[in-house]
Design a protein around this ligand. Sequence first.
Ligand code: NAD
Ligand code: NAD
Lengths: 207, 207
Amino acid sequence: NMPQPALRRLPQYFGYLVQQQEQGVRIISSSRIAEDLNLHPVQVRKDMALTRVSGKPRTGFDVQALIDELARMLDYNNLKNAVVVGCGHLGSALLNYRGFQGYGLNLMAGFDSNPELIGSRVGDVPIYALDELDSIVHENHVQIGVITVPRDHAQDVCDRLVGAGIKAIWNFAPTHLFVPADIIVQNENIAASLSVLSKRLSDQQLR
Amino acid sequence: NMPQPALRRLPQYFGYLVQQQEQGVRIISSSRIAEDLNLHPVQVRKDMALTRVSGKPRTGFDVQALIDELARMLDYNNLKNAVVVGCGHLGSALLNYRGFQGYGLNLMAGFDSNPELIGSRVGDVPIYALDELDSIVHENHVQIGVITVPRDHAQDVCDRLVGAGIKAIWNFAPTHLFVPADIIVQNENIAASLSVLSKRLSDQQLR
Ligand SMILES: NC(=O)c1ccc[n+]([C@@H]2O[C@H](COP(=O)([O-])OP(=O)(O)OC[C@H]3O[C@@H](n4cnc5c(N)ncnc54)[C@H](O)[C@@H]3O)[C@@H](O)[C@H]2O)c1
Ligand SMILES: NC(=O)c1ccc[n+]([C@@H]2O[C@H](COP(=O)([O-])OP(=O)(O)OC[C@H]3O[C@@H](n4cnc5c(N)ncnc54)[C@H](O)[C@@H]3O)[C@@H](O)[C@H]2O)c1
């Protein structure tokens, strides 16, 4: 298994290489990648070694080959079904975003406790009441549940997702979720990332 | 300066301790924190040592003292003004979120190129045209700019923010931004974090 920091970099290489390809770049060197992504050149060479693609000395890597291998490593070609619970501001922003398909994720249903949202569509995705969760997860082999409900409801929603057979949870609520050992939880703390930014800013201003 | 991984954990301790306090907890042990946040106990003890608060043997840390010290370390009491450029799905979700105030951030103005949005309010925050950026940044001593425009417009918006005097950029567009050396950029790649989740899921299923 690949260490998490390296795993987190791979999607960024993927997004960057797709963009380079759109601009007509066919061959690219690891030092060019390092410069553009503000990474250490040794780090980039190590990461490229994780792919089975080898660069040619003095010219570089075949961009298409890297894109294909990264997509294979990250399982992008195997579209996974996911549901979003909590279709408020953040949930609906995720449902409206077209970019997830390219990363192998199909947000195919939303759930909410607000009667005004149930029966509507957000980003062309149907919104259901929670009592339909079990059947929709089961019928569509849904593996991933996204939690975008207020913090105080997150654990309850998490329990329902696990009960319905979900194996992995992407949690946006700023709270720690208790789950059985075989369930994967990825916490997304947007506010924590912001704190890092403003701390870096305060430190800089003190210098 | 504190290493980034530790810095990223501090807001999570802060959010967790505030929640514990709301539930009436006054004293807490580092092993309890480690268990609840799924962190290694040695890691938590090291992190707590970064605060000037010392725990009492066999009882633990004073929750209020930790909260106050973490807020001081993360500069939460010093409200920083920020602007959001791109008030579409993601930008408006951020503008509607009340939680940023507690982390020392005041999203006080939005900007967008869509005439239908200019002059409106999102989350009670006024939306302006971009030609007002310089004067609003200057008059309100704005330090942070949040970029939530489509990828192809992000570099252009970034240049305008830097030109207006912004010192730090929180970038949600999936593209690398080129900035002068003294400008801080924090990239938020939501899709990359998702990839980590689905890769962990695929790896688990192969076992
Ligand atoms: N909006 C942001 O930018 C942002 C930023 C950081 C963190 N968050 C976190 O993301 C979560 C969602 O934030 P938001 O701004 O979208 O909130 P919101 O209030 O706009 O949306 C929450 C939605 O969840 C639904 N809901 C509440 N309880 C439910 C339940 N038990 N079952 C199903 N649906 C339920 C509500 O009806 C509502 O539609 C919160 O936990 C928040 O702390 C949001
Ligand atoms: N929505 C999500 O969940 C999500 C997830 C991951 C990444 N992103 C990224 O966040 C960004 C915003 O996504 P979104 O879903 O909110 O898109 P969106 O299309 O809903 O919103 C974009 C907004 O930016 C405005 N805009 C475009 N060009 C501009 C310019 N030059 N100056 C000022 N405003 C301009 C548009 O008028 C629109 O209101 C994109 O780069 C996207 O890739 C979004």
